[in-house]
Design a protein around this ligand. Sequence first.
Ligand SMILES: *Cc1c(COP(=O)(O)O)cnc(C)c1O
Length: 463
Amino acid sequence: MNLKEYPAEPFRIKSVETVKMISREERERVIKEAGYNTFLINSEDVYIDLLTDSGTNAMSDKQWAAMMLGDEAYAGSTNFKHLEEAVNKHFGFKHIVPTHQGRGAENILSQIAIRPGQFVPGNMYFTTTRYHQERNGGTFVDIIRDEAHNATLNIPFKGDIDLKKLQQVIDEKGAENIAYVCLAVTVNLAGGQPVSMKNMRAVREITRKNGIKVFYDATRCVENAYFIKEQEEGYADKTIQEIVLEMFSYADGCTMSGKKDCIVNIGGFLCMNDDTLFEKAKELVVVYEGMPSYGGMAGRDMEAMAVGLGESMQFEYIEHRVKQVRYLGDQLMVAGIPIVEPVGGHAVFIDARRFCPHLIQDEFPAQSLAASLYVESGVRSMERGIISAGRDKETGENNHPKLETVRLTIPRRVYTYRHMDVVADAVIRLYEHRERIPGLQFVYEPKQLRFFTARFDKIKSSL
Ligand SMILES: *Cc1c(COP(=O)(O)O)cnc(C)c1O
């Protein structure tokens, strides 16, 4: 294994958690009972859990030590001060509002920054983000570059906003009818694809001219910064911290899921520079989250998040993180497995359309592939395709996203390269008898964010 391409873990292991694999018969029973939805499988029945990188991170010894410094006062916690200092140092925004996780921040931002009837252009949607925008009367408009919808095109910075599309939305709807531009770094549903600094700068210029605010979905901003350092001209010698700071200098604020790039298990926050918006955000945070000095988190959680944010900026950490994900993608590509290219920052996305050409999108190929992979190997993944995309709020029809994928999401600092080999092996084995993967149909379909709790059954004719 080439150590430059795939560097060894920049940590040693102090505490271990035993994992076990149940038998194939048991896995078949488990997936049936879970309604073929990997979200409904119990963790104890999973061997390698690649459902999500959200809150599944391994904390460091320093973070665990920080947990003991929790100041659990109801108001004015010292830990909040530390979190504020860390966010200010690394992101550079004037104000921070803590929330229990990213969607708590999205809820508040959508309420204070969207008037009903306004549009929210963004580089591809994210499930909870769009939900809150629409709940508050906004309409999401996808302005990501066309290439992002093409799974086989291997080009850098596929997460970029299409500047022509942005200008067109402004011209057609009028700047006053645009709530703000929501720019995600990186773009989760496009495959964890990063946005270039050049693009962020250009978006800032266009929005400034038109008096429009820009809020980042900062969830994986450190992974995004690594890609800029690695691939964008002029950034090779800059530190991750310098790049992150420059990225946010082109925004008016951000929502953050601490469960991703802050390397903790729970937490989030909302940032902004505008004083009036900050006042409004504080009024809402007490309703939905808690006092503006804890926002739904325990003091110890805020302390761990402050420390984690600092650790995430270390080059060795983020280099290993991104390259470990790439290692899994490389194993699969060598074996001819269709995946979304290039491999993004947090996950490898299997292209379920090409994996299961015998299924049409309305037979839910990605959902079914994720279920079959679990039965094959005890590896848990998740669907990112037609089920996640939900129904059109006007017509009630299923949205049909171009990308129909299964996401193998790598938790931070949890698994080794050898675990990645096991996963690659399982996917390759499944690919060899892929025609046996059945079509699925809904047995229970929740109205909102249906992928979390929906239940399915095999379509009889496809057995
Ligand atoms: C996870 C995630 C969110 C929501 O954050 P939570 O902490 O899960 O509420 C928002 N945007 C993106 C891109 C995410 O991946």
